[in-house]
Design a protein around this ligand. Structure first.
Ligand SMILES: C[S@@+](CC[C@H](N)C(=O)[O-])C[C@H]1O[C@@H](n2cnc3c(N)ncnc32)[C@H](O)[C@@H]1O
Ligand SMILES: [Zn+2]
Length: 208
């Protein structure tokens, strides 16, 4: 399997680094100053295993939680993400905790004190990761009601899309975890595959 590093890491929309696709940043949410409010609690997720949930109503733009961990060089980040993915292969365990911070560094958030690592992906997220003064913050991109599961777009590359089934359950879930910018392309590909399968089935039925 020849994964690219970025398909194994979470990409940060709103990041000004060269690796962040501009198309994932339709409009940056204006970020509010952090006032120390704790907005989250852990819980069982209908998306996957554990997740984070809003412990109170959260206003758009609030810094919900910081994504913390060990700072790694790009080479270390690549190796770490590969290692997690290989360990998790064939299990139902979370696999990817390495976050792209900027063009030089990544963050490995797989440490017990990083509660933000539990946030699951959604095709219709209510949060977005932002790099603010060298720190990764998970920011509410819309008003969130108490009890809602906190999610953001993992921003995965198009490569290996078939390896990452999405169970976010949102109305416009495409079925696979890929960045919003890749979804139109994936939608076209899935439609073409469906059509080809239907034609093949019709052909088989006609020759019976
Ligand atoms: C960083 S973990 C998120 C926390 C995870 N739920 C846990 O309990 O460890 C990332 C992993 O969660 C799972 N995951 C997150 N969002 C998902 C989604 N929308 N659909 C399916 N699996 C998801 C995948 O296994 C992914 O590799
Ligand atoms: Zn989805």
């Amino acid at each position: 399997m020849t994964n690219t590093a970025t398909s194994r890491k979470r990409r940060i929309s709103g990041n000004s680094s060269a690796t962040a696709p501009a198309a994932t940043v339709p409009k940056k949410t204006p970020v509010l100053p952090f006032d120390g409010t704790r907005y989250w609690k852990r819980g069982r997720s209908s998306i996957h295993a554990s997740g984070l949930f809003a412990s109170r109503d959260i206003p758009r733009g609030a810094r919900v939680i910081e994504y913390i961990g060990h700072r790694l060089t790009k080479a270390e980040g690549w190796a770490r993400a590969t290692e997690w993915l290989e360990k998790a292969s064939g299990t139902n365990k979370g696999a990817v905790y390495v976050f792209e911070l900027n063009s030089k560094y990544d963050i490995d958030g797989n440490v017990p004190w990083n509660h933000a690592r539990l946030i699951n992906h959604s095709c219709t997220p209510n949060c977005e990761p932002r790099v603010l003064r060298g720190h990764v913050w998970i920011v509410a991109c819309r008003d969130i009601r108490e009890g809602e599961e906190l999610t953001y777009d993992y921003g995965y590359d198009f490569e290996q899309w078939e390896d990452h089934a999405c169970r976010c359950g949102s109305a416009n879930c495409i079925g696979y975890i890929v960045a919003a910018e890749h979804r139109p392309r994936l939608r076209r590909l899935l439609t073409a595959r469906k059509r080809a399968a239907a034609q093949e089935a019709a052909g088989r039925a006609a020759t019976r």
